[in-house]
Design a protein around this ligand. Structure first.
Ligand code: ZN
Ligand code: ZN
Length: 148
């Protein structure tokens, strides 16, 4: 994944600077969405220092290239798990256990575009997220209800 991300950066003409590599590595190893402050403290543990502005800029760049995304309801950043999948990359976020699953569906995007076009709006991209229960948490809840 790190190598794939580096190839994307290079293909778009971006240099692989040490700070960019460091942020990529932190996102790579993360188990949950990270804020720029989280990223900074992870790096600090490894004896490295980046200021917030630098981290924000790097995250902006990664997001614009679909290498990372912001999870809206959490406000943290995760690495992209879909690569070059077509359509806007979105998340299903479990509010019970925090599990996050990324998906992309071109037809969903086209449907939304058609909907807004009918209202005279020209959509460039979509920001949306599904909040609810993951399959595991839903099943647990269902079973508990049955027992209770
Ligand atoms: Zn993605
Ligand atoms: Zn869950």
């Amino acid at each position: 994944m790190l190598q794939a991300a580096i190839r994307v950066l290079q293909a778009q003409g971006y240099k692989i600077t040490e700070p960019r590599k460091q942020v990529l590595e932190v996102l790579e190893g993360a188990q949950k969405p990270l804020s720029p402050y989280d990223i900074q403290s992870f790096l600090k543990q490894k004896g490295k220092y980046l200021n917030h502005v630098t981290i924000y800029r790097i995250l902006d760049l990664f997001c614009s290239l679909n290498l990372a995304h912001k999870v809206l309801s959490i406000g943290g950043f995760v690495k992209c798990s879909l690569g070059t999948a077509e359509g806007c990359h979105r998340f299903m976020v479990c509010h019970q256990c925090g599990a996050i699953q990324e998906f992309a569906d071109k037809e969903l995007c086209q449907g939304e575009d058609a909907f807004t076009r009918n209202l005279g709006f020209h959509t460039k991209y979509h920001l949306s997220e599904s909040s609810g229960l993951c399959a595991d948490c839903f099943r647990k809840q269902f079973e508990e209800q049955k027992l209770g």
